[in-house]
Design a protein around this ligand. Structure first.
Ligand SMILES: Cc1cc2nc3c(=O)[nH]c(=O)nc-3n(C[C@H](O)[C@H](O)[C@H](O)COP(=O)(O)OP(=O)(O)OC[C@H]3O[C@@H](n4cnc5c(N)ncnc54)[C@H](O)[C@@H]3O)c2cc1C
Length: 314
């Protein structure tokens, strides 16, 4: 990239927020797979107007623009495969609003998923999407990838929670989609078009997320089975018993052996071929009823062992 162009980007974000050194070009050129292509330039904008300026400059000079959140993706979406400018969102990392009356939060895109969850849980609210990377991933990356985890069974994935977005188009135009209203049904759903778009359509600069009340209690049931078929049967039985668990995780024999090696102790009884970890949550009476139904379903499917824990630590 020419010195004039680098100077033009520096004029938008400030010299201190431009990286041209080899180390940065390599570091911002890979995602979690650690395979990639060096960026020509890395810029760290402070806000929407600066991002719009970067987009206009890239567009005018036909320079690829690649958005980067926390870089934990595996899809290569944050990798500048054709070089160009990597726009790191790391400075846009503030929770702008937690609106307890309307059950929503407004955030900048590089708030770490866990940080929002901790902040809203402290107020008795809950942001359910739980990719395993939630201690590192950004909410912008979660929206761009429609991230989800074990809670998807009951609570769905990121898309269920995105009410509105502010975004910068490749031309530099700033757009707002959606609204804070839950029943916002008129017109094209441009918000959901951007959810899962992996940085190909726009740079997401602000996100309005729906929250739900934090469940009062939870119970976790661990059940072991001699084989995967029995574990899968237990899941069918508990769904037939009209329980939608907050989370279900199936751990196969190979993964159980890996955990046992790592902890240097057995994690399941002899002869275990599969384990289910099932969490139910809600109000106390409901959780008791659902836990009893889960236990019955696992027993009917031939569980070798059943253990119930009550605390998050367990
Ligand atoms: C150990 C580990 C466990 C994981 N577990 C899960 C899991 O359980 N479930 C799951 O869904 N994923 C999982 N992932 C994948 C990854 O963490 C998620 O896809 C996450 O949403 C990516 O967020 P990020 O901030 O790291 O995004 P990045 O990796 O930086 O970017 C990912 C994509 O989003 C785009 N993007 C980022 N920010 C923006 C923005 N502001 N505007 C527009 N586009 C943007 C990028 O261009 C890129 O295409 C895991 C990853 C790791 C390393």
């Amino acid at each position: 990239m020419t010195a004039e162009l680098i100077a033009a980007f520096a004029a938008i974000v400030g010299q201190a927020h431009v990286r041209t050194d080899e180390d940065a070009r390599q570091r911002y050129g890979v995602d979690a797979l650690q395979i990639g292509h060096p960026a020509d330039l890395v810029v760290l904008p402070a806000g929407t107007e600066e991002i719009a300026g970067i987009a206009r400059l890239c567009n005018a000079h036909r320079i690829p623009l690649v958005v980067r959140g926390a870089g934990t993706g595996y899809t290569g979406g944050a990798v500048p495969v054709h070089g160009g400018v990597v726009v790191s969102m790391e400075r846009l990392n503030r929770i702008l609003e937690i609106d307890e009356d309307n059950l929503l939060a407004v955030v900048q895109p590089n708030v770490i998923t866990r940080a929002l969850q901790d902040a809203v849980e402290a107020r008795g609210l809950f942001y359910p999407p739980d990719p395993s990377s939630l201690n590192q991933s950004s909410l912008g990356g979660n929206v761009a990838e429609c991230a989800g985890g074990p809670r998807a069974v009951k609570y769905g994935t990121t898309k269920r929670y995105v009410l509105a977005l502010e975004a910068v188009l490749p031309t530099g135009e700033i757009v707002r989609t959606g609204s804070k209203a839950v029943k916002n049904v008129v017109g094209y759903d441009l918000t959901q078009l951007l959810v899962g778009s992996e940085g190909t359509l726009a740079v997401i600069t602000e996100i309005t997320l729906r929250l739900v009340p934090k469940p009062a209690v939870q119970a976790t049931i661990q059940a072991t089975f001699s084989n995967i078929d029995a574990a899968v049967r237990a899941v069918s039985l508990l769904l037939a018993a009209r329980v939608v668990p907050a989370t279900i995780e199936l751990i196969d024999e190979v993964s159980l052996a890996a955990v046992a090696r790592r902890l240097n102790r057995p994690v399941a009884p002899q002869g275990t071929g599969a384990m289910l970890i099932i969490e139910v949550d809600g109000v106390p009476a409901g959780v008791e009823e659902e836990a009893a139904r889960v236990t019955s379903a696992c027993q009917a499917a031939g569980a070798l062992s059943l253990t119930r824990s009550e605390t998050a630590e367990e």
